[in-house]
Every structure is written in structure tokens, then in C-alpha cells.
Design a protein around this ligand. Structure first.
Ligand code: ADP
Ligand code: MG
Length: 584
């Protein structure tokens, strides 16, 4: 066959084939148009699993009558002007091809009325043939009705799955958008039945209840973290709730649902050692990234995006999930890791199985300076309304063990508390609370001079105001020399020069730090320095105060660096170990 240009009709059917694969693809395009139009209410009606009819009505900005014909033309869009704009996309659409594509493989009727118009207008397209525009009375907004999908492409029809499958594709798609756009009210009716109704009141957990079921939705853990300009929010399953595949891991990037194997991997890795082999978490994760840091124009249905800095996104997801899990996870319980050797009165703990060493994030392989720098940003995952799983039970002090651990009794067994980690957590929360007002500072009887190498000198001179805010009064005192006049009261009794050095060393890792980040990190550092050490004998009063203060913390189960502050030995386990209750 000689080379020839394809007739426009064939060309447009080929193009349509890329975007419109099944009924759910039509729903996706129409929903996205409604969202781009700034709608507050979107109602979707489906008949015949979407083969017979898909109707999407919105209360968005509408399309002026004189633009209706353009709207259905290929490469006609109101969302993009130049190729430059491609890198600042904040709308779903920009290619101007969806309506044209849909119109070439269906019967398409668009009825629309913009806010400032007295009447509406309607246009009909059938298999690519554009009809006349007719004025018609209509409410403000747009109704797009798509009938007889693929009626002119019978080959495509054969590829569609069973009605229930196509229907479930549509309902899960709509649910995903409803989750991402919790401020928009969504209605979905399929075959005359109401499938989904959201309130549009911004409550995501409510919508989560329709995606899973209410019981599961209630158990999902909320996460929130920010690293540089990447914001990670959403819901993750606790370790007690798992699935046999990764299908219930959903990612949104700037409100766009995307498939991304490496992000899924990042999430699954964050559950490393916490789930049984072959089990997977569930998650709905929303990433917000500056539009210029992603390329959304890489996939026919925009189901994938390209990240300018994939590693950064990957690690943001992983860390956000990890920190979230750590904060919510039940206190690491000792289950079967205490081996009683037969015939011996001897218990051998294997603590590395109890506390996964990978939780020590500073030791984490591949952790770069950005990780270090941002670590303290995530010390506070979202406070949950329920709050119960993050708190600890009331504890009765039993005593101190090896000058390092507190031993305490709770309603459900024995607790071993790492005194250093616990104290770090307490100080950190006290400091963070004080930060809102003024951090108490203690003036030194004798100002102290400290010498710093040039690199630190430079760093310190820029950060003096922050240090001042945190309770360090430090002044330049000749080249490379500083005068320390006061230190935070929390640090009283320690060596001021050493304290200052510790803080300045942290500055070194900064690249483009945010004030809040630096502060939180310095605070975490100061707390580490100020906390009681392992090996330090505490009086019974000090021990009791430590316990009481830990109970008062909002995240008592981990230290500011994410390590556990306590482990739990349940009565049940003790009973089994002592042979009081069924053999193991
Ligand atoms: P794109 O979304 O890529 O711009 P489409 O073919 O999906 O391309 O839509 C073409 C144009 O029609 C849009 O740019 C928009 O101006 C208009 N449009 C489509 N759907 C709606 C809607 N529901 N409300 C308002 N305008 C719409
Ligand atoms: Mg579009």
C-alpha cells in the first residue's frame, strides 16, 4: 500500500481510541471538565453500565453558546495558551481533545449556560458530525450526555468487560475524585440506584466510608507531613488491616489520580517488617507538588505523571507513612520473641525483632542531607480526633532497671520505658509549646566565649536571630568568636559552648531551610542534649515525674527522632510464658 493521509474521520477515531477506552474513561473526562469548570455539585447518571448513557451535570462556569462548536473541536481548549503553560498546569484538561474524541465515537449532546447568560444553548455531535447550535432554557452550568458508546466502532465494544465490571470501574473512579475533592458534592446513580452521595462538606473520612466501609474507614490513620515543597496527606491502614494485593493503594498528585509503581513501592516499603509476607496496606495518599515540578503531559489518559525529582517524592511518601505509622502504632509488643529454652529457667529476648532497627531513621541507608534536614518537620503527625491509640495507659511506677529503663505496670501488663527517649519526647513537646510564646532563657553568670571554624562562623552569624528566639543570646565577638550570654533554661547545667556547637553543626546540613524546620530541628537537638542519659540513676521522684510527663505528651510513644519510647509485655504473654495459659 502506498503512503497516504488517513481521512480525518479515521484519524479522529484513532485519536479517540487513546483517550476513550471504556465507559469509565468517558466519565473521567467529563468529571474532570466539570471540576475544571469550578463546579460545587456534580451529578453523574449511568445507564447500561455506561454503554447506553453517561450523563454528567454540573453547576460550573458553563460554556458560552458561541464557543460550543469550538469546545467539541480537536485541540480547542480554554486552559492552555502556549507550550510554556504546559509546565504550570493546574487544570485536569489542557489538550482540548476529550470532547472531540467522545464526539467521534458516541452521540454527544452538550447543554450549557454560563453564569452571565439568560438562556442556555445545546449542541449535538454524532460520530464526529457537528450539528447546529440551538438556544434552550437551562440552569447555569453544563450537562454533557453521552449515548451509545462505540456504536460506530463495534470492534471496541467487544473489548468491554461485563456490566458489573464496567460499573464498578465507574463507581471507584467517581469515589476517588469525590475523595480528592471533598469540598465538591458528588452524586452517582447507576441504573436508577444511588451509588454515591457525598456532602461536599470537606470531610474526607466520611467519603472514605463509601470507598471502603465505615468500619474500615474509621480505622484508617490520617497522615500529614511536609518536606520542602512536597506535601503528603491522606489515610493509611494500620498494620492490623491488610489486603492481599496493592490494588487499594491510591495516589493523587495535585488532585489527579495517578498510577505510579514506584510510589506504591515507597508506601509498601514503609510497612517493611510490620506486615506479614504477601500482605499489603491500603492507602489514599494526596501529594501536593508545585506544578512546575511535574510533567503531566506524558500519558494519553494522564494516568501517569513524570516527577522532576522522583527520589524526593519517593522519600517524602515513605517518610510520611513511616512517621505516621510510628505515631499511631500500638506500643511495640513482645509477642513470640521471648524464647524459653527447654529445661532452663532462662528467657532470651531478641530485641532486634521487637524494635525494628530500621525505625532509627538516622541510620537509614540512603538518607541524605535533605532527609536529615526535614526530619523534624514530621515530628507531629496530624492529631486525631479519636486520640486513643496515640496515648498511653496510666502507668504505675515499679522502678528503674539498669539505670536506663523505667519499669511500670499498666492495666494490661508490663511496660519498659527508655528513660532517655521518653525524656526527649517530653522536652520536645514542652519546647514546642513554649515556642509559641517565649522560651525561658537563663543568663550565664559569666558570659562565655566560644571559637568556631570559619564554615560554622558563617552559618552561625546568619542564624543568630533564630537562636535568640530559642533562648540562646549569642553575640559576635571578633572573627570566629562568639560571646554566649544566655542559654535556654532547659539546658541549664550543661556546657554552653558544647550546646552551641551541637546546634551549629545542624545548620551545616541546611540547604534551603524553612524557619520552622530549623527551629524544630534545633529543638529536637537541644532536647537530645538535655534529656537524661541512659546509665543515669534517677530518684523515685524523678522517675515518677518522667512517667507523668510522658503520659501528658500528645505523641508519647516515640521520641522526636521516631524511635519507640517504650515496649509492652502483656499479662497474656506472661501467663503463656509461665505456662499458666495454653502452651505456645
Ligand atoms: P480540555 O479539557 O483539555 O480543555 P475538552 O475537550 O475536555 O478539552 O474540553 C474543551 C473545552 O470545553 C474546555 O477547555 C472548556 O473550556 C470547555 N468545557 C468542557 N466541559 C465543560 C464543562 N463541564 N463546563 C465548562 N466548560 C467546559
Ligand atoms: Mg477536558
Amino acid at each position: 500500500m502506498a503512503i497516504h493521509l488517513l481521512p480525518p474521520k479515521v484519524a479522529s477515531q484513532i485519536a479517540a481510541g487513546e483517550v476513550i477506552e471504556r465507559p469509565a474513561s468517558v466519565v473521567k473526562e467529563l468529571l474532570e471538565n466539570s471540576l475544571d469548570a469550578g463546579s460545587h455539585f456534580i451529578s453523574i447518571t449511568i445507564e447500561g453500565a455506561g454503554r447506553l448513557m453517561i450523563d454528567v451535570a454540573d453547576d460550573g462556569c458553563g460554556i458560552p453558546a458561541e464557543e460550543l462548536a469550538l469546545a467539541v473541536a480537536r485541540y480547542a481548549t480554554s486552559k492552555l495558551n502556549s507550550a510554556e503553560d504546559l509546565f504550570h498546569i493546574t487544570t485536569f484538561g489542557f489538550r482540548g481533545e476529550a470532547l472531540a474524541s467522545i464526539g467521534s465515537v458516541t452521540r454527544l449532546v452538550i447543554t450549557s449556560r454560563p453564569q452571565n447568560s439568560k438562556t442556555g444553548a445545546r449542541i449535538l455531535i454524532e460520530a464526529g458530525q457537528i450539528g447546529e447550535i440551538q438556544p434552550i432554557g437551562a440552569p447555569v452550568g453544563t450537562v454533557v450526555r453521552v449515548e451509545n458508546l462505540f456504536f460506530n466502532l463495534p470492534a471496541r465494544l467487544k473489548f468491554l468487560k461485563s456490566d458489573p465490571t464496567e460499573r464498578s470501574q465507574i463507581s471507584s473512579l467517581v469515589t476517588h475524585y469525590a475523595l480528592a475533592y471533598s469540598m465538591v458534592r458528588f452524586h452517582l446513580h447507576q441504573e436508577g440506584k444511588a451509588i454515591l452521595k457525598t456532602s461536599g462538606n470537606g470531610n474526607r473520612r466520611e467519603t472514605l466510608g463509601t470507598l471502603y466501609d465505615v468500619k474500615i474507614a474509621q480505622q484508617m490513620l490520617e497522615i500529614l507531613a511536609e518536606y520542602d515543597d512536597i506535601r503528603v496527606t491522606g489515610y493509611i491502614s494500620p498494620t492490623t488491616l491488610t489486603r492481599s494485593n496493592r490494588r487499594e493503594i491510591i495516589f493523587f498528585v495535585n488532585g489527579r489520580p495517578i498510577q505510579d509503581i514506584s510510589l506504591t513501592t515507597a508506601l509498601v516499603q514503609a510497612y517493611h517488617n510490620l506486615l506479614m509476607v504477601g500482605r499489603y496496606p491500603m492507602a489514599v495518599i494526596f501529594l501536593e507538588i508545585p506544578p512546575e515540578a511535574i510533567d503531566v503531559n506524558v500519558h494519553p489518559t494522564k494516568a501517569e505523571v513524570r516527577f522532576r525529582n522522583r527520589d524526593q517524592v519517593f522519600s517524602a511518601v515513605q517518610r510520611a507513612v513511616r512517621v505516621g505509622l510510628m505515631a499511631y502504632n500500638p506500643i511495640p509488643a513482645i509477642h513470640s520473641h521471648w524464647d524459653v529454652l527447654p529445661g532452663q529457667n532462662f528467657i532470651k529476648p531478641t530485641p532486634e525483632q521487637i524494635i525494628d532497627p530500621t525505625w532509627d531513621m538516622s541510620r537509614e541507608a540512603g538518607m541524605n542531607s535533605i532527609d536529615q534536614q526535614n526530619r523534624t518537620q514530621t515530628l507531629y503527625p496530624t492529631a486525631r480526633s479519636e486520640g486513643s491509640t496515640t496515648s498511653i495507659p496510666l502507668l504505675r511506677l515499679v522502678g528503674q532497671l539498669a539505670s536506663t529503663y523505667l519499669v511500670a505496670e499498666g492495666p494490661d501488663g508490663l511496660y519498659l520505658i527508655d528513660q532517655h527517649a521518653a525524656h526527649e519526647r517530653i522536652l520536645f513537646e514542652q519546647f514546642m509549646a513554649q515556642r509559641m510564646s517565649t522560651i525561658p532563657s537563663q543568663t550565664l553568670l559569666q558570659p562565655m566565649t566560644v571559637h568556631l571554624p570559619p564554615a560554622y562562623d558563617q552559618l552561625l552569624s546568619e542564624q543568630l536571630p533564630i537562636l535568640f528566639k530559642l533562648g540562646f543570646q549569642v553575640e559576635p565577638f571578633g572573627p570566629g568568636t562568639y560571646l554566649i550570654r544566655s542559654i535556654p533554661t532547659l539546658l541549664s547545667g550543661s556546657d554552653p559552648a558544647a550546646d552551641l556547637r551541637v546546634v551549629v553543626e545542624d545548620f551545616e546540613e541546611d540547604e534551603t531551610p524553612l524557619l520552622a524546620e530549623i527551629e524544630a530541628r534545633i529543638i529536637a537537638r537541644i532536647c537530645k542534649k538535655a534529656a537524661v542519659k541512659a546509665g543515669q540513676t534517677l530518684s523515685p521522684d524523678e522517675q515518677r515525674t518522667l512517667l507523668l510527663n510522658l503520659e501528658a505528651c500528645s505523641s508519647p510513644r516515640t521520641c522526636p527522632h521516631g524511635r519507640p519510647t517504650m515496649i509492652h509485655l502483656s499479662v497474656d504473654l506472661l501467663e503463656r510464658q509461665f505456662g499458666r495459659k495454653g502452651a505456645r
